[in-house]
Design a protein. Sequence first.
Length: 53
Amino acid sequence: MLTINSFVLYVENIHVSQTFYSRLFDCEVTLLSPTFASMPLSHSVKLTLKQSD
């Protein structure tokens, strides 16, 4: 059975997007590098943001 456990969004500005999505989904960023952020949407699904080049 296919299970989706992560969504990856490519964004122009990682800092603006991180703030927007963490407020939208009321969650904390769990992993952050200069071009990558990850946040849990539920216990089994996470949203990841990757800054596009």
